[in-house]
Design a protein around this ligand. Structure first.
Ligand code: 1CP
Length: 345
């Protein structure tokens, strides 16, 4: 039996229970993932469909989550655009020759996903046959991808990115155009191969003020979702620290808005209105709290989430590598056992 609870919640339809999945649900907290990572690098996992299928399926079997997320990284298509990167252990993506000038942006190449990333699409086709839950495909958001491309790696303050954005709006626009085309094409290819939903991880866009978001990023997001809309799959827009951007997120054309733990779900709902679903927002650090505390906090989120149709339980950001898998399992059970009204309000 195919479990479509997640898809129905994204579309704000009735569900018997609240669906749950976790960002970074395949990862180092899991002993089998660590064993596979001893033999393959992250990029090598992505290049071997049979391994990538196994890694993607692991959390579905072990945790009982209601959706799978393709195992990949937001930087994979950036490599295919002709900007080489490496993933450094305990650091993240690093680019030797970051984008700073006109010629760097000009050099970025459009690519055919079938030609340049056939292994990713093959992985999705295999998963489509094997999974009994929906597969979430994903792409990096334009600000977040640009931040790695311009900074050359992870950053605290995005100085070079913001400098380019405000001092060379023409060049920023050119970069946004190229990323828009890539995101739409690559997202569509994932859906055609079998992804049932798409999440745009614009993890670091919350570093912008609302006014800068509206000027420099929102028009790009509007175009991206307009270009993906015809695929008729739920489109999730997520970033951290986006409390002040949530009302703008709601009008990008996203079906679902991701929320981190800094904003209570009830507050988020007031900011986004009733035309989008919400996803979130358990603080991943609180998975290290005592069990009773975890349950209490999960219930608070569930109570607020079920006040209106359209809620997907998730963390506010990715699972930390030292998380106890048993705690994740229990959290899934807590979410699944919850029925609105079952807890005293
Ligand atoms: O093998 C490892 O454990 C290396 C760590 C790792 C992993 C597991 C990286 C390097 N990428 C990934 C996989 C990954 N990346 C997934 C897997 C699917 C799942 O959720 O189970 C996803 C969705 C991503 C997307 C991604 N990559 C994001 C957006 C999500 C987020 O966490 O905000 C970002 C920002 C990246 C960049 C990146 N890649 C890797 C790291 C450590 C980082 C973050 C670096 C930074 O802090 O800037």
């Amino acid at each position: 039996m195919f479990n479509d609870t997640f898809l129905r919640a994204c579309r704000r339809q009735q569900t018997e229970r609240v669906p749950v999945w976790f960002m970074r649900q395949a990862g180092r907290y899991d002993v089998d993932y660590r064993a596979i990572r001893k033999r393959y690098t992250l990029v090598e996992i992505c290049e071997h469909p049979e391994v990538c299928v196994e890694v993607t399926k692991m959390p579905v079997a072990k945790l009982g989550v209601d959706a799978a997320i393709l195992f990949s990284d937001i930087m994979i298509p950036v490599g295919a655009m002709g900007l080489p990167f490496v993933i450094k252990e305990n650091v993240g993506p690093v680019i030797d020759s970051p984008i700073r000038h006109e010629c760097d942006v000009n050099r970025l190449q459009p690519f055919d996903p079938e030609e340049s990333l056939p292994h990713v699409l093959q992985t999705i086709r295999l998963l489509k046959q094997e999974l009994t839950v929906p597969l979430i495909g994903f792409v990096g958001g334009p600000f977040t991808l640009a931040s790695y491309m311009v900074e050359g790696g992870p950053s605290r303050d995005y100085l070079a990115t913001k400098q380019l954005m405000v001092s060379r709006p023409d060049l920023w626009g050119h970069l946004m155009d190229k990323l828009t085309a890539m995101i739409i094409e690559y997202g569509a290819a994932q859906v055609h191969a079998g992804a049932a939903a798409l999440q745009v991880f614009d993890s670091w866009v919350g570093s912008l003020s609302p006014s800068d978001f509206r000027t420099y990023v929102k028009p790009t997001m509007d175009r991206i979702f307009a270009g993906l809309r015809h695929l008729d799959v739920p489109l999730i827009y997520f970033g951290v620290n986006t409390g002040e951007l949530l009302s703008d997120f709601a009008t990008t054309g996203a079906t679902v808005v991701g929320v981190d733990w800094r904003v209570p779900i009830r507050t988020a709902r007031a900011r986004v209105g009733h035309d989008v679903a919400l996803q979130g927002n358990f603080d991943p650090a609180m998975l290290f709290a005592p069990r009773a505390e975890i349950e209490k906090r999960a219930h608070e989120i569930l109570l607020q989430g079920t006040e209106a149709p359209g809620f997907v339980f998730n963390l506010g950001h990715g699972v930390k590598p030292t998380t106890d898998i048993e705690v994740l399992r229990e959290l899934v059970n807590t979410v699944h056992a919850f029925t609105p009204g079952s807890s005293s309000r």
